[in-house]
Ligand binder design. Structure first.
Ligand code: 5GP
Ligand code: ZN
Length: 115
């Protein structure tokens, strides 16, 4: 288990910070975003600390698969016909928490291209 003691999402995974966890599997945890941008806005994170999705893909593709599998499951559990999965990567792209996370968004129509 890799962990960053200063990382908010590592603390949520460990149960040391509160979050509305809706589902998990052996490698990933899903919880509701504290500032939802759509009727469904979930975050799916690997249990282990990796700064972004590129790092996760390089270090542990099995865990990335577990993140994507759980993302599809929680979208279905929220009754979504359609959803968007977003990995903001780098501050310029909107990443503010540097523990890899998939945003799962749905429940309203989503514009393309994103802003
Ligand atoms: P990013 O900007 O890095 O792509 O996404 C980080 C997300 O984490 C944001 O959508 C933000 O609302 C969410 N977030 C930040 N702090 C917390 C928290 O303490 N709990 C939960 N559930 N979400 C958080
Ligand atoms: Zn972390």
């Amino acid at each position: 288990m890799t962990r960053d003691p200063d990382c908010l999402f590592c603390k949520i995974v460990a149960g040391e910070a509160g979050a509305e966890i809706t589902a998990d599997n052996d490698r990933a945890v899903a919880f509701r975003d504290i500032n939802p941008q759509a009727p469904t806005h979930l975050l799916v994170v690997p249990r282990d600390h990796h700064a972004d999705v590129g790092d996760l893909a390089a270090a542990d593709p099995t865990a990335l698969g577990a993140v994507l599998r759980l993302a599809a499951q929680v979208a279905e559990a929220d009754g979504l016909d359609a959803h968007r999965i977003v990995f903001n990567t780098g501050a310029e792209a909107g990443q503010s928490v540097f523990h890899c996370h998939a945003h799962v968004l749905g429940g309203r129509s989503l514009a393309w291209p994103p802003g």
